[in-house]
Design a protein around this ligand. Structure first.
Ligand code: GAR
Length: 195
């Protein structure tokens, strides 16, 4: 099988990254994780990836004169790993148009809400404040508009009485870890495309 090469961008814990790495260990999974790049050197996910024998890189935007230059080096790093696809997994920086356009149709993201609801931050808090009875997560293609690209998969969870942002986020996270590997499988096997 010709497995697609995937790079993952993270900023922190990396639990979605770990779910993708775990899925890619199955011999019949159509993608392999070949590199993990973080914009924070202290991201715990970096050490997890390194312990799995995966190439890692850490690039701080503050060390670059401009966002464009930072993102050019991100692209160079991903291209040095010869990736076919890029997965954003808790990468907490808004990406510029040139970077996004460069990877158009080849870059996906996991977002902790049922898009188009609750784009941006604090999704669990906002769902609770609205009295939502259903919440969830979405894997979608990345386009220049924040959290606006075409959805690939979504999963719903109930909002329960007494939920806090933490309890709700934990329930959503279980679904994130389930649908992200499924969505990458669809992308890697050509069953979904952005255009
Ligand atoms: C996840 O819940 C992911 O959906 C969210 O950050 C968390 C990262 O956790 N992403 C966003 O909010 C993107 N806007 P992880 O590092 O354990 O995967």
């Amino acid at each position: 099988m010709n497995r697609k090469r995937v790079g993952i961008l993270i900023s922190g814990r990396g639990s979605n990254m770990s779910a993708l790495i775990a899925a890619a260990k199955a011999p019949d999974y159509p993608a392999e994780i070949v590199g993990v790049l973080s914009n924070r050197a202290a991201a715990p996910g970096l050490a997890i990836a390194a312990a799995e024998g995966i190439a890692t890189a850490s690039l701080a935007q503050s060390k670059f004169p401009s966002r464009d230059m930072f993102e050019d080096v991100m692209t160079q790093t991903l291209e040095s790993w010869d990736v076919d696809f890029v997965c954003l997994a808790g990468f907490m920086r808004i990406l510029g148009e040139d970077f996004v356009n460069h990877w158009a149709g080849r870059m996906i993201n996991i977002h902790p809400s049922l898009l188009p609801l609750y784009k941006g931050l604090d999704t669990h808090q906002r769902a609770l404040a609205d009295g939502a009875t259903v919440h969830g997560c979405t894997v979608h293609f990345v386009t220049p508009g924040l959290d606006e690209g075409a959805p690939i998969l979504q999963a719903q969870v109930p909002v329960l009485a007494g939920d806090t942002p933490d309890t709700l986020s934990a329930r959503v996270l279980v679904e994130e870890h389930r649908i992200y590997p499924e969505a990458l499988r669809l992308l890697a096997t050509g069953k979904v495309g952005a255009l």
